[in-house]
Design a protein around this ligand. Sequence first.
Ligand code: GSH
Length: 214
Amino acid sequence: MLQVYGHFMSMPANKVRLCVSYLKFPHDYNHVDLQKGEHQTPEYLEINPAGRVPAINDDGFKLSQSDAICKYVCALSGPSSFYPDELQEKARVDEWNSFASAHIMPAMGRIFFNKVVASLLGEPSDEASIATGEAMLARDLPMFEAKLQENDYLLGDHITLADITFLVGLEPAEMVQLDLSAYPAIIAWRKTIMARDFYQRVHMHFGAEMGDGT
Ligand SMILES: N[C@@H](CCC(=O)N[C@@H](CS)C(=O)NCC(=O)O)C(=O)O
């Protein structure tokens, strides 16, 4: 059975969780308690020597980096509209997936770290980093908004891996009080995806984890 390692506050780990949930790929989920340093134990470093989540262990094949993991699991699942096989269709999904991974997630990462995680770690919040993150989002969200004004999902009438990556990049929006009111299509698209079963399955799990205080 595929083993998935993550933490509920990790955007890349949640990308993997949503991806395997969407694909209904059989797996066990393993919570790695970053606050307790479980990502630095010899056992975990055997799975991911970089000491980060997410990671997977597929019967001895160990892999890290959320994009690589999602594409691996998509390949195991077989081609689908979620991550197509056709060269140009796949390149288009990769383009928007990379856009969200390279620009949206790091922008939100700055805001989320400084508004939420820093205080948990007893570190000072870096206001300049928050402002940079907000400026990065202000630069790029209009492109995503325009795309979602045209279609229900980023690349048409069906969800793809790129939607998942963009979604997790915005997942902490409420926690960090990010004002999305200038982006009505993004708001509607989030609502649609968050109501879907595959999201709810993972989200209920987040709720349980958060309730445990883990
Ligand atoms: N580019 C990586 C990012 C992995 C990453 O930075 N994970 C963070 C949590 S969001 C982590 O494990 N941090 C622990 C640490 O740096 O010690 C991916 O997409 O998987």
